[in-house]
Ligand binder design. Structure first.
Ligand code: FPP
Length: 255
C-alpha cells in the first residue's frame, strides 16, 4: 500500500522522530482520548470552543493518515456521557462538530473508502447530530477501508450495565443458561461487538487515566501518553505512538 505521508516531516518536533516504523506491523485498532482542547485554547487566550474547532481539524489529519497507513479501526472519544455537565454553549458547540466535520469531509471519507461508525447512546443525541452522523453511516456502510468509529455520548460503565441487562433478560426469558455467560457473551453485548479490541490507546494532554473509555475492551491494550494537547497532535506524533507500540512486548498475561 502506498504511504502518502512521508514518515519524516520537515517541521521540527519536540519529540524525537521515530525512524524504522514497520508499516507491515501496525496496530489494527487504535483508540484515542483526544484531550487538552480547552487548555490549548486557554494558553492562546481563546475560548474553549476554539480548541474544539482546532481539535476537529486534527481529527481530519489523523483520520487521513490512519487511512493511508492501512489501519483498520480508529476509535475517537468525541463526547462522553459525562460531557453533558459542561456549559450549555460548549455542549451545543460539540454537538454541532460532527455535522460541520461531515459537511466538509464526507466526500473525502467516501473517496478514501472509510466507513463511519459510532459507539455510545446514539438515540439521546440531538436530532441534528443524529441526522448528520446517520447520513455519514448510511453513505459509507459498504466501504471496506478504515472504520472511523466515533464514541459519541459514550460511557463504558453505562455500556456494561446495558449489556448486563440484556444478558439478564435473556436468562429470565429462558433463552440463556447462566453457565453459558462468559467473556465472549459479555463482549457480544457491547457496542463494540463487531470490532476487534484496541491494540493501542493514545491519550493526549498529559492526563493518564481512562475516563470511562472502553474499560472492558482495553484490558490488554498498550497505552501511550503524551503531554501534547490534542490540537497540537499531528501525523508525526501519531507515528511515534505507532513506533513505540511496535517496540512493546505484548504478553497477555503470559511470559
Ligand atoms: C477533551 O478536551 C475533548 C473533548 C471533550 C472533545 C473532543 C472533540 C474533538 C477533538 C473534536 C471532535 C470532532 C468531531 C468530528 C466529532 P477538553 O475540552 O476536556 O480539554 P481540557 O481538558 O484542556 O479542558
Amino acid at each position: 500500500m502506498p504511504i502518502k505521508f512521508p514518515f519524516t516531516k520537515s517541521k521540527p518536533k519536540p519529540d524525537p522522530q521515530s525512524p524504522g516504523l514497520d508499516y507491515k506491523q501496525l496496530p489494527q485498532h487504535v483508540a484515542i482520548i483526544m484531550d487538552g482542547n480547552g487548555r490549548w485554547a486557554k494558553n492562546k487566550g481563546l475560548p474553549r470552543i476554539a480548541g474544539h474547532k482546532e481539535g476537529m481539524n486534527v481529527v481530519k489529519k489523523i483520520v487521513r493518515h490512519a487511512s493511508n497507513l492501512g489501519i483498520e479501526v480508529l476509535t475517537l472519544y468525541a463526547f462522553s456521557t459525562e460531557n453533558w455537565k459542561r456549559p450549555k454553549t460548549e455542549v451545543e458547540f460539540l454537538m454541532k462538530l460532527p455535522m460541520e466535520f461531515l459537511n466538509t469531509y464526507l466526500p473525502e471519507l467516501i473517496e478514501k473508502n472509510v466507513r463511519v461508525e459510532t459507539i455510545g447512546d446514539f438515540e439521546r443525541l440531538p436530532e441534528h447530530t443524529k441526522t448528520a452522523v446517520q447520513e455519514a453511516k448510511d453513505r459509507t456502510k459498504d466501504n471496506t477501508g478504515l472504520i472511523l468509529n466515533f464514541a459519541l455520548n459514550y460511557g463504558s460503565r453505562y455500556e456494561m450495565v446495558e449489556a448486563v441487562k440484556i444478558v439478564a433478560e435473556e436468562v429470565k426469558q429462558g433463552n440463556l443458561d447462566v453457565d453459558k455467560i462468559d467473556e465472549g457473551c459479555i463482549s457480544r453485548h457491547l457496542y463494540t461487538a463487531d470490532l476487534k479490541e484496541p491494540d493501542l490507546l493514545i491519550r493526549t494532554s498529559g492526563e493518564q487515566r481512562l475516563s470511562n473509555f472502553l474499560l472492558w475492551q482495553l484490558a490488554y491494550s498498550e497505552f501511550w501518553f503524551t503531554d501534547v494537547y490534542w490540537p497540537d497532535f499531528d501525523e508525526a506524533y501519531f507515528e511515534k505512538a505507532l513506533y513505540d507500540y511496535q517496540n512493546r512486548k505484548r504478553r497477555y498475561g503470559g511470559v
